[in-house]
Design a protein around this ligand. Structure first.
Ligand code: ME8
Length: 506
C-alpha cells in the first residue's frame, strides 16, 4: 500500500489558538483525509511546541512551573482539534520524554559528524519569536523583522550548528527539485536568502533552563527551533514506521516559518544523514481587514465559539473554499454566513432534501430499476463521473479551493437537473413511471458521489448524507468515478436538514 506522511507546525501553547491555527490544521486534515480516501496509508502529525524562554517567563509570572502552565493549554488544543474533526494519528508534545530522547539522539549524531561545535555567541535575539537575527536582518527600527518588537543583545558560551557548510548543497537541492518549496514565491525568497549567505546557527542557551538539555553538558538547553522541527521524526524514530513514512511528503507551514523548514531542518537532516522531506508548502495567513490575526493586535477570532455557533463543517467549508492555498485570505463572519446560507443550506441541503423527499413520496423510498433514459439523463451521469475525475486531479495537486468549486458546480447542475426533469410532473403521468425512476435514481447516485467527494472537507456532513441514503459500506474515491453503485430496490432514508439557514441581523 502506498504511504503518505503529512504534518502541521506544532503550535506554541503561549496563548489560545485562533481561527488562523485552525485554518492550517484543517488544510492538513483535508489532505490527509483525501489521501486515505484515495487508498493511501496515511500518517498525519500535529502537536505543541512547549519549550523556550518565553514560556518559562510567562509561567514564572503566573507563579507556575512551565508544565503546570502549558498542560491545560495543550489539553485545549486537543479538544479544539476534536471539535474540528481533525484526524491526526499522533500528537507530539515537545515536553514528552520520547521527544527529548530523539532530540538528544539527533544532536549527538550531528555532533559526532563534526557539525556541532562549541563557541561564543554574541547576537540579537527576539524572545517572542524565539529567533536570532543579524544586524542586517533587523527592520528599519532595529527591531525583529518578523514581529517588529525589540531584540535583545545576548552574549554567552554556546553550541553552534554548521549551517554555513550546507548552503551550496541546499541550493543545489532546491534548484534540482522545483516541487521542494511551494509556492514559487516562497521558493524564490529562500533561494535569495541562501545566496545572501548562511551563518552557523547558535543552537543552545544557558540563560534559562526550560528546554532539552545538551547531551553531556546540562548547563545548556537546546534552541527551541532545533528542538521543535525534530518533532517530525519523533513518532517513528528507531521504529519500523521510520522506513514506512519518513521523510514527510508534505510539511504544511505558514509562510513566516518556511525558512526554518526549508533551510534549517533540511540542513539538520543532511548533517544527521537522514532523507529530506519531499515538499514544504507555505500557506498564507488568515487576515481580518488586511491584518494578520494575532492576540497582540486584538483581532483574533475564537475558533471554539465559532464551532459552537456554526459547526465545524461549515467553517471548514468556508476556509477551504474562500482561501486559495498559498495566498492570504480574509476571514469575515458575514461572508461565512452567506456561504452557509447559499452553498450549504440552499445548494447542498436542498438537493438532498428534495431528492429524498421525492423518492419517499413517489416511490415509497425505493430506488426502482432503471433504463438508459434520455439524452439529458446520460449527460448528467457523465457529468457526475467527470466531476469526480476532475476533483481527483485538483486534490492531487492540492488545489483545494478549486476542488471544492468543481463539486459545487456539479451540485448546481444536479439542482438544475431536477428543475429540467420536473419529477413531480413525471409522477402524475403513468406513461412516465420509468423516466421518473431513472431521474430519482440518478439524483440519489449523484448524492452518493457528492458524499464521497466532500468527505475530506466536511466529514460530518458526508456521514449524514450516507446515513440518509442508507449506505452502509465504506466508500473510496474510486467509487466516486463509477456511476450506478446503488442497487436496484435499495431503500433510502428520511430527509433531515443538513444546515439550517442563518438569519442575518441587520
Ligand atoms: O510558529 N493565519 O508556532 P505558532 C494562518 N511553534 N496561519 C496562521 C495565522 C493566521 N492568522 N496565525 C498563525 C510556531 N498561523 C512554531 C512552529 S514547527 C516545528 C514550530 C500559523 O503557534 C503560522 O503561520 O506561532 C504557523 O504555521 C502556525 O500557525 C503555528 O504558529
Amino acid at each position: 500500500m502506498k504511504t503518505f506522511y503529512i504534518t502541521t507546525p506544532i503550535y506554541y501553547p503561549s496563548a489560545n489558538l485562533h481561527i488562523g491555527h485552525a485554518y492550517c490544521t484543517t488544510i492538513a486534515d483535508t489532505i490527509a483525509r483525501f489521501k486515505r480516501l484515495a487508498g493511501y496509508e496515511v500518517f498525519f502529525l500535529t502537536g505543541s511546541d512547549e519549550h523556550g524562554q518565553k514560556i518559562q517567563r510567562t509561567a514564572q509570572a503566573k507563579g507556575k512551573t512551565p508544565l503546570e502552565y502549558v498542560d491545560p493549554i495543550v489539553e485545549s488544543f486537543k479538544e479544539l482539534w476534536k471539535k474540528f474533526y481533525i484526524s491526526n494519528d499522533d500528537f507530539i508534545r515537545t515536553s514528552e520524554p520520547r521527544h527529548e530522547k530523539v532530540v538528544q539522539e539527533i544532536f549527538k549524531r550531528i555532533q559526532a559528524n563534526g557539525d556541532i561545535y562549541k563557541g561564543e555567541y554574541t547576537g540579537l535575539y527576539c524572545t517572542p519569536c524565539e529567533s536570532y537575527w543579524t544586524e542586517l536582518q533587523l527592520d528599519e527600527n532595529g527591531c525583529c523583522p518578523d514581529c517588529h518588537r525589540p531584540v535583545e543583545k545576548v552574549s554567552e558560551e554556546a553550541y553552534f550548528f554548521r549551517l554555513s557548510k550546507y548552503a551550496d548543497k541546499l541550493l543545489k537541492h532546491i534548484e534540482e527539485h522545483p516541487e521542494f518549496i511551494v509556492p514559487t514565491s516562497r521558493r524564490n525568497e529562500m533561494i535569495n536568502f541562501i545566496k545572501s549567505g548562511l551563518e552557523d546557527l547558535c543552537i543552545s542557551r544557558t540563560s534559562f533552563n526550560w528546554g532539552i538539555p545538551v547531551p553531556g553538558d546540562e548547563r545548556h538547553v537546546i534552541y527551541v527551533w532545533f528542538d521543535a522541527v525534530i518533532n517530525y521524526i519523533t513518532p517513528m524514530f528507531d521504529k519500523p514506521e521510520l522506513k514506512k513514512f519518513f521523510p514527510a511528503d508534505i510539511h504544511l507551514v505558514g509562510k513566516e516559518i518556511v525558512r526554518f523548514h526549508t533551510i534549517i531542518w533540511p540542513a539538520m537532516l543532511m548533517a544527521a544523514e537522514l532523507p529530506l522531506p519531499k515538499q514544504i508548502y507555505g500557506h498564507g495567513w488568515l487576515v481580518t481587514d488586511g491584518d494578520k490575526m494575532s492576540k497582540s493586535k486584538g483581532n483574533v477570532v475564537d475558533p471554539v465559539k465559532l464551532v459552537e455557533e456554526f459547526g465545524a463543517d461549515a467553517i471548514r467549508y468556508f476556509l477551504l473554499r474562500e482561501i486559495t492555498l498559498g495566498l492570504d485570505g480574509n476571514f469575515s463572519r458575514d461572508a461565512l454566513i452567506q456561504r452557509i446560507n447559499a452553498d450549504l443550506a440552499n445548494d447542498l441541503g436542498n438537493l438532498l432534501h428534495r431528492t429524498l423527499n421525492m423518492i419517499g413520496k413517489f416511490q415509497k423510498k425505493i430506488l426502482l430499476p432503471t433504463t438508459e433514459g434520455t439524452e439529458l439523463d446520460k449527460s448528467f451521469r457523465e457529468e457526475a463521473v467527470e466531476t469526480a475525475r476532475e476533483y481527483r486531479k485538483l486534490m492531487e495537486n492540492i488545489q483545494l479551493s478549486d476542488a471544492v468549486k468543481v463539486v459545487w458546480k456539479f451540485i448546481g447542475r444536479a439542482n438544475k437537473y431536477i428543475d429540467e426533469t420536473m419529477p413531480w410532473k413525471l409522477a402524475k403521468d403513468e406513461t412516465q413511471r420509468q423516466e421518473l425512476a431513472n431521474v430519482l435514481y440518478n439524483l440519489a447516485e449523484s448524492l452518493r458521489i457528492i458524499g464521497i467527494l466532500i468527505s475530506p472537507f466536511m466529514p460530518a456532513t458526508a456521514q449524514k448524507i450516507r446515513e440518509q441514503l442508507k449506505i452502509s459500506q465504506e466508500m473510496k474515491l474510486d467509487d466516486a468515478e463509477i456511476f450506478g453503485l446503488l442497487k436496484e430496490n435499495h431503500e433510502v432514508g428520511k430527509p433531515e436538514q443538513l444546515f439550517p439557514r442563518i438569519l442575518i441581523e441587520k
